[in-house]
Design a protein around this ligand. Sequence first.
Ligand SMILES: Cc1cc2nc3c(=O)[nH]c(=O)nc-3n(C[C@H](O)[C@H](O)[C@H](O)COP(=O)(O)O)c2cc1C
Length: 366
Amino acid sequence: MAQAPTIPLLSPYKMGNFNLCHRVVLAPLGRSRSYGNVHQPHAILYYSQRTSKGGLLIAEATAISDSTTLGYPNTPGIWTKEQVEAWKPIVDAVHAKGGVFFCQLWHAGRVSNQDFQPNGQAPISSTDKPLTVEGIDGAHFTPPRRLRTDEIPQIVNDFRIAARNAIEAGFDGIEIHGAHGFLIDQFLKDGVNDRTDQYGGSVENRCRFALEVVEAVANEIGADKVGIRLSPFADYNESEDSNPKALGLYMAESLNKYGILYCHMVEPRWKMTGEKSESPYSLLPMRKAFKGTFLVAGGYEREDGNNAIAENHTDLVVYGRLFLANPDLPKRFELNAPLNKYNRDTFYTSDPVVGYTDYPFLEDTS
Ligand SMILES: Cc1cc2nc3c(=O)[nH]c(=O)nc-3n(C[C@H](O)[C@H](O)[C@H](O)COP(=O)(O)O)c2cc1C
């Protein structure tokens, strides 16, 4: 006999056409183990370990095209037949265990380096202002080239094709990566976007590119299969806005027009240092404005995740580092079991096992 759920995180939820058995979502987590931008068989085990029946998983940031996307080495892509084929057994493994799997579609924009670009060209962005910070392992970023207005439809189209490829690979849907200072965020935020065309200036203009991507992707695969991730309050990758609340609200309200499945927002307390900090802001106005399923991420643990659901501040809670280190996180939350600690040193190393598929399950440790 089925047991009644004991905690809000473990209660079922109907997300559009998907019947989720619980609210504990795997965050998109880039792991830099896709050699040559193609997923390797070790990813089958990694994702399958983190799958539970009726659980939602969001795959790591996945590059949409060769020319302008690759901000980091060994990130997976989804623009070639080979990449699509490499995703298939991973998606199959997640489905075999009853998981619901979304692919995060990503364009790094200026968070890149000319070594990753064809012909050593400059990365593209909304701006030609360079980043002043350094990347992982001290990688430096090449000053970007500002996209011409007439080039923007091509990038929108790249997202559209990538979404189609994701469905071809078997994914249940896609998440547009509009967060963390990558290309879409470089358009959204007035601290970066200094354009004078219809893609810059007012909040409406700065959101135009993001919404064109939403529309194109929704038309291609169906709005019921589309989510978007946004981080209006974050300043990650030097992408900051002078009025993040207005920006977040404008996006939440505008997304309603397209009827997309979900809006996934990063908590204001999740700052660039990658740690929790106090913030006077809240996602509540955006949660109230958006009519679809709402997801929150950033520094959540068991107790505040339960509270967020119990207080109806969100529908689902997304877990990054805790899920990375605890493949059976929903089970551990259910039992209130102790958690494995994550090891930051192996987040982005390329080993196919260490720090990737070797975090123990509860039954291995008890
Ligand atoms: C190793 C690592 C890789 C990440 N990769 C991505 C990514 O590919 N896409 C993304 O939107 N966020 C990425 N993030 C951010 C997480 O999805 C999440 O928002 C963040 O870790 C905060 O949640 P947490 O406190 O539960 O870890 C990454 C975080 C970590 C630690």
